[in-house]
Design a protein around this ligand. Structure first.
Ligand SMILES: [Zn+2]
Length: 449
């Protein structure tokens, strides 16, 4: 007998919409059946009226554990993720103390969060100057990709120069490793920010001037040249501007092994919002012009941008203060969004831009699964895959309010946003982890090796 039959499911697949029944056994999808076929099951879930999406994969979160848990931890972050329809997170290595740059640190992090995560989870490993000899072991420990900064990122590590990046990409090729990059040119940013601060020019506009589109393009260009020379796999994190996306589009056309992500804040929020509201909307790269935000979606539609992630990078509200001697440059750069990415993405794609809901599934399930080595188990409603899925009510109107956020510090740049289409229940391996009755009793997320 089946464990669960989800009947009358309006499945949002990556290639279109289909009405079917989902048969679930031992945490996996056993089969997909026509709606009039109803084999016996221990429990039945009637999904009439809802859209059923594969559990979302947020491949860029900073849950900060271990090290900076006053900002966020896995317990808060993964509950927020589950409420937002995310069933798998791939967590970043750098907002950790120590950064996850060795296999030992990787396994320590796994042991720490193992019983805390409501969603399944995997990790990025760090790619820093000092861990050249640790990359293979990190890969073997389960690192899905390696995160590298092409700009000053702070913390307990140094940044790689271009020839070091080239060397590491060569090295990663031995095991088909993927490196993901924060692309802003280190030299440009560092010198310009120092000059501004020394001259007392620390306004919001000064921050935008320093973190220019030119600095992002320069880093992406340099990186694509390295990708061209090495043939290494490169992932461009948080693309903020259509001119950056255009470079990636050309590189893909050329056949380079490049993938790219953007975040809902680059589509929904703009530099005008940042100039008005300041610190709470500070991120890096920064928010761009309304015209850029509008045009960036063209590159989501044409497949240049493979995936949407939250880049959930929370902090204490006090860290967003811009009254110190460094002004806005001293405020924490990062936005919280893991809970609201699906609802904002759905509303934006389906209601505002009138694109197919299938695009949401491609951006937030299929593509991240394929890029980060989870395909076959995660990322689709297909037989043999984990029974991770979300019920989304396409008619439910919402407004994002602080009171509904489950982050350790429940504030967000997205507060005040309104839309339609809300995830209302989330299932992980066939078990409900979030629904109208709240959360499952115990965190049951698995580490994805
Ligand atoms: Zn990030």
């Amino acid at each position: 007998m089946l464990d669960l039959l989800v009947k009358n499911a309006r499945c949002i697949r990556s290639d279109g919409i289909r009405e079917e029944n989902i048969a679930i056994e031992n945490g996996r999808i056993a089969s997909l059946l026509p709606c009039d076929e109803k084999p016996a099951a221990e429990s039945v879930l009637d999904a009439s009226g809802y859209c059923v999406l594969p559990g979302n994969i947020d491949a860029h979160t900073h849950f900060n554990e271990p090290g900076y848990t006053w900002r966020e931890d896995f317990s808060h972050g993964s509950r927020a993720a589950a409420k937002g329809g995310v069933t798998t997170v791939v967590d970043m290595p750098m907002n950790n103390k120590p950064p996850v740059s060795t296999a030992r640190r990787f396994m320590n992090k796994k042991a720490l969060v193992e019983h805390e995560s409501y969603t399944d989870f995997a990790f990025w490993g760090a790619l820093i100057r000092t861990n050249r000899d640790d990359l293979q072991a990190l890969h073997e420990a389960g690192a899905k990709a390696f995160k590298c900064f092409m700009c000053e990122a702070g913390g307990d590590y140094t940044d790689l120069n271009l020839s070091e990046i080239e060397d590491r990409l060569q090295l990663l090729k031995a095991f088909h490793g993927l490196a993901g990059f924060h692309c802003e040119d280190y030299a440009m940013l560092k010198d310009e920010a120092a000059a501004k601060i020394a001259a007392g020019l620390t306004s919001r506009q000064d921050y935008l001037d320093v973190h220019s589109v030119a600095a992002e393009k320069k880093a992406v260009r340099d990186l694509l040249n390295i990708a061209r020379r090495t043939g290494g796999r490169v992932h461009i994190c948080h693309v903020s501007h259509p001119e950056v996306a255009e470079l990636i589009r050309k590189a893909k056309k050329e056949g380079l092994a490049v993938t790219a992500e953007t975040c809902m804040h680059y589509l929904l929020l703009t530099d005008e919002d940042f100039l008005k509201k300041g610190g709470v909307l500070k991120c890096s790269p920064p928010l761009r012009s309304p015209q850029a935000a509008e045009k960036l979606f063209d590159y989501v539609l044409d497949g240049t941008i493979d995936t949407i992630c939250s880049d959930h990078s929370p902090c204490d509200l006090a860290e967003k203060n811009e009254d110190g001697p460094r002004g806005i440059f001293g405020a924490w750069g990062g936005l919280s969004g893991v809970q609201t990415t699906l609802q904002t993405c759905w509303d934006y794609v389906v209601n505002r831009r009138h694109a197919s809901p299938a695009l949401v599934t491609r951006l937030f399930a299929e593509h991240p699964a394929k890029i980060f080595g989870l395909w076959g188990r995660k990322g689709a409603l297909l037989p043999g895959f984990d029974a991770d899925f979300v019920l989304l009510d396409p008619n439910r109107e919402w407004e994002i309010r602080e009171a509904d956020l489950l982050y350790k510090h429940p504030f967000s740049a997205f507060c005040g946003q309104k839309g339609r289409g809300l995830p209302v229940a989330t299932y992980l391996r066939g078990k409900r982890i979030y629904g109208s009755e709240g959360f499952c009793e115990k965190a049951s997320g698995h580490f994805l090796a």
